[in-house]
Design a protein. Structure first.
Length: 161
């Protein structure tokens, strides 16, 4: 079981992320990256994140900041603030690191981390995923994971209002 301090250690400031994954680290570990808002964590997220972690040795989750969630999802979102969302993700055994990013897309974060595997949900076409070209340029791969039908934060929020 993780202590609260161990959960907090999983949250890495953006400006420290490049130094965390050196070339020698990348030679020994397969780094998997995904991103999202993860506003209201649900069964679909758990399935998706656990499947993403199965594709490598280390899973890094890029988490949209509160401001970027509002820009993407509209007023009233996020339901949970970025620190709360990061801590909940940190409590999952299959999530190794969380990095909060302020932009609407994780391209700067992808370039900083240089993952071996970039993952998004099955509602995306692989070639349209932000970072596709960059990840392929350094020999990585981009994959999708099928979504569980009926599970989305928006549908859960809509049912409760």
């Amino acid at each position: 079981m993780l202590s609260y301090e161990e959960i907090l250690k999983k949250i890495i400031p953006f400006d420290r992320i490049e130094n965390l994954f050196t070339d020698s680290f990348r030679e020994k570990q397969t780094l998997v990256f995904t991103n999202g808002c993860f506003d209201v964590l649900h069964r679909g997220h758990i399935y998706y994140l656990s499947r993403a972690r199965e594709l490598g040795d280390l899973l890094v989750v890029g988490l949209n900041s509160d401001e970027s969630v509002t820009r993407l999802k509209g007023p009233g979102r996020p339901v949970n603030n970025q620190q709360a969302r990061a801590e909940v993700l940190g409590g999952l055994a299959f999530v190794d690191h969380i990095v909060i990013f302020p932009e609407e897309t994780p391209l700067n974060l992808i370039n900083a981390i240089r993952p071996h595997v970039l993952i998004k949900g099955g509602d995306y076409k692989v070639e349209e995923i932000v970072g596709y070209q960059q990840v392929h340029s350094w020999g990585g791969r981009v994959e999708t994971i099928p979504l569980l039908e009926g599970y989305s934060s928006t549908s859960i929020i809509d049912r409760t209002t």
